[in-house]
Write a new protein. Structure first.
Length: 144
């Protein structure tokens, strides 16, 4: 992977490289997306990428996911395709991220205007269990 010298460096160069190495339909997700949006103090140990089910799932240093993703659940941050903050939050809950880090992410995303209560509630419409419970609990506490 090369960058032309007259183009400025990006703080997400490593994520661009990971996303491009998987393919044009891949999207940065999970803990890596939290870092892109500055929504967590946690440092991802791997780069998380959602990719089409037809792709190869073996890549060193990458955590590949084949979850279904809708067009409206993808946004761009400095040109990098990344899951929306509400989708990201639901995904990290499903993967077992510590509740305090999730709470921080929700509060920061709402405060920064990166997501809304309605968008977070949309994410739990098609989910159940832990994701639904945690998002509902956090939203109830944040609103009070």
């Amino acid at each position: 992977m090369y960058r032309l010298p007259h183009f400025p460096a990006s703080r997400f160069e490593d994520l661009f490289i990971a996303q491009l190495s998987i393919g044009p339909k891949s999207v940065i997700s999970q803990d890596s997306a939290l870092a892109v949006f500055d929504l967590s103090d946690g440092l991802p140990s791997e780069t998380h990428v959602i990719m089409p089910r037809t792709g190869s799932r073996c890549r060193d240093g990458l955590r590949l996911h084949t979850n279904k993703i809708e067009v409206d659940e993808v946004t761009r941050r400095e040109g990098l395709p990344v899951t929306t903050p509400s989708r990201t939050i639901a995904d990290v809950i499903a993967n077992g991220l510590d509740c305090e880090l999730v709470r921080q992410a929700v509060e920061d995303a709402l405060r920064k205007g990166l997501t809304t209560r309605a968008q977070l509630l949309e994410q739990i419409e098609c989910r159940e269990g832990r994701v639904k419970k945690i998002i509902q609990e956090i939203l109830e506490e944040v609103i009070q």
